[in-house]
Design a protein around this ligand. Structure first.
Ligand SMILES: Cc1cc2nc3c(=O)[nH]c(=O)nc-3n(C[C@H](O)[C@H](O)[C@H](O)COP(=O)(O)OP(=O)(O)OC[C@H]3O[C@@H](n4cnc5c(N)ncnc54)[C@H](O)[C@@H]3O)c2cc1C
Length: 450
């Protein structure tokens, strides 16, 4: 028991959080019995900011895991002289993390919603709800649309943190088709649509899901979804199947855990097929065509997760310069684009050697904040940053597995390199890990939004 509590205390101290925050980090439950994940801190007053003498105007596009963390820490570490404007198209953020648990009813969708009032009131971040649709890197101005009207913001340094967009396959290019075969890989309406389709599926039916080729956000996430859905179907729709069509040559994360889950825990329910990249979707016939032979696969519910690219503004700004033209190559000492000086890209939109994950987005934001503050002070970025990542994967409705990695800067490769001795994964799913998952999540979200 002592070890468990020590581990929990460690989980609740991500980013050096205070004991006061820690006290509020235990899982709460909503009235309907689902976990309610929103930060409950009642502190709304301004947090004292350090006097650093550093001045600058920073605009951040995207208030997700990366963008909101950066906004907070630029002010918290850099002081009030750094004028930070966070531009986010939505009024509130919906967490993708834990959203697979909306499918089995363990977590309420509403409890994955996080607002921006706290970063505004506590740290003086200016929050603008608008859609950024252009960047003028020469004049250093960002163009946006708000309530149908255009506007612009000047910047000294710009940070793009727009997450991902999708390359939809033929048959899935219309909004109607995308709702008929929801990816639910950006949490929100798509997640609810998939949950409703799952609930309406006849017993004995097939839930067909597809996984895109790497890199995609949250490497264990799709396999976790297959497990959560299989568990729910076993209890609620006996005789139903889960068919997983993976574009990759094999399971991409926690191989032993998910192989055991598919072959033992969900034997006879989950069928896993590698090397099956989606080529076409026939919504009317409920068929998915893949590179795995010419015969299409049929599903009663189709959950097609398309290949990813950086959020559109990255390509529009001319920054999608990785070899396939999808993500932005950055200097991982500062996250500054290798294409255009003065523009940084963090989170899932950046091409790095680290996984696309919310925990990593939080870490990239902190390295970027520190580097930007140093650059604004006329100093060089820290030459040896270290980051870490954690992912918890529910395997059943009451057990979870976990995976953690540490990365350190490799000056020869000029990239973040995994530190195997400091990385690892759970030996087996457990109820303890399931509870730890909520502590980790609450701590991560408080570190970003509170
Ligand atoms: C089912 C699922 C489970 C997951 N589980 C985990 C997990 O256990 N652990 C983990 O670490 N990660 C997990 N992830 C991954 C994690 O959610 C992402 O990696 C993370 O959200 C990336 O952060 P981001 O800031 O780059 O993008 P996002 O969090 O997607 O934020 C991008 C924001 O930018 C805004 N935006 C985009 N374009 C514009 C524009 N032009 N103008 C204004 N605003 C804009 C969007 O509205 C959005 O709010 C999971 C993902 C999924 C789908």
């Amino acid at each position: 028991m002592k070890n468990v509590m020590n581990r929990r205390r460690m989980l609740a101290t991500l980013g050096g959080l205070s004991a006061a925050l820690l006290a509020g980090a235990m899982p709460a439950r909503a009235d309907d019995g689902e976990h309610d994940r929103r930060p409950r801190s009642s502190t709304t007053g301004p947090v004292p900011l350090p006097v650093t003498g550093i001045k600058g105007k920073v605009v951040i596009v995207g208030g997700g895991m990366a963008g909101v963390t950066l906004a907070k820490y630029l002010r918290l570490w850099g002081g009030a002289g750094i004028d930070v404007t966070l531009v986010e198209r939505e009024g509130a953020y919906t967490s993708n993390i834990l959203s697979n648990l909306v499918l089995n009813g363990n977590v309420a969708m509403s409890s994955l919603s996080f607002g921006y009032a706290k970063v505004a009131s506590s740290y003086g971040v200016k929050v603008l709800q608008a859609n950024v649709d252009g960047v003028d890197a020469v004049a250093r101005r960002v163009h946006y649309m708000r309530n149908g009207l255009p506007g612009e913001l000047p910047y000294d340094r710009l940070v793009l943190a727009p997450g991902i967009d999708f390359d939809f396959p033929p048959g899935l290019t219309t909004a109607e088709a995308q709702l008929a075969a929801p990816h639910a890989w950006k949490a929100g309406a798509q997640t609810l649509a998939l949950r409703d389709q799952l609930k309406a599926m006849p017993a004995g039916g097939t839930f067909l899901m597809t996984i895109p080729a790497k890199p995609y956000r949250c490497p264990p996430g799709p396999y976790e979804r297959a497990c959560v859905v299989a568990d729910w179907l076993r209890r609620n729709k006996p005789g139903s199947k889960v068919l997983v069509l993976d574009a990759n040559p094999g399971i991409t994360a926690e191989v032993a855990t998910f192989t055991r889950a598919f072959n033992v825990t969900y034997q006879g329910i989950v069928t896993y097929i590698p090397n099956a990249a989606v080529t076409t979707v026939d919504i009317g016939a409920h068929f998915v065509y893949t590179t795995f032979g010419s015969t299409p696969f049929h599903g009663d519910v189709l959950n097609v997760i398309p290949p990813h690219r950086a959020g559109r503004i990255v390509a529009d700004a001319g920054l999608a310069n990785d070899p396939v033209g999808k993500f932005a190559v950055v200097d991982v000492l500062s996250y500054e684009s290798t294409m255009i000086p003065g523009i940084h890209v963090i989170g899932d939109a950046a091409a790095t050697t680290m996984p696309k994950a919310g925990h990593i987005a939080n870490q990239e934001a902190k390295v970027c904040a520190d580097a930007m503050i140093r650059l604004m002070a006329g100093l060089a970025p820290d030459p040896s940053p270290v980051t870490n990542s954690a992912c918890y994967s529910p395997i059943t409705r009451e057990t979870a597995s976990w995976l953690t990695s540490v990365f350190a800067y490799d000056p020869v490769a000029r990239a973040m390199a995994a530190v195997p001795a400091s990385s690892g994964e759970a030996h087996a799913p457990s109820k303890d890990h399931y509870e730890d998952m909520f502590i980790w999540f609450d701590t991560l979200m408080k570190d970003a939004f509170a």
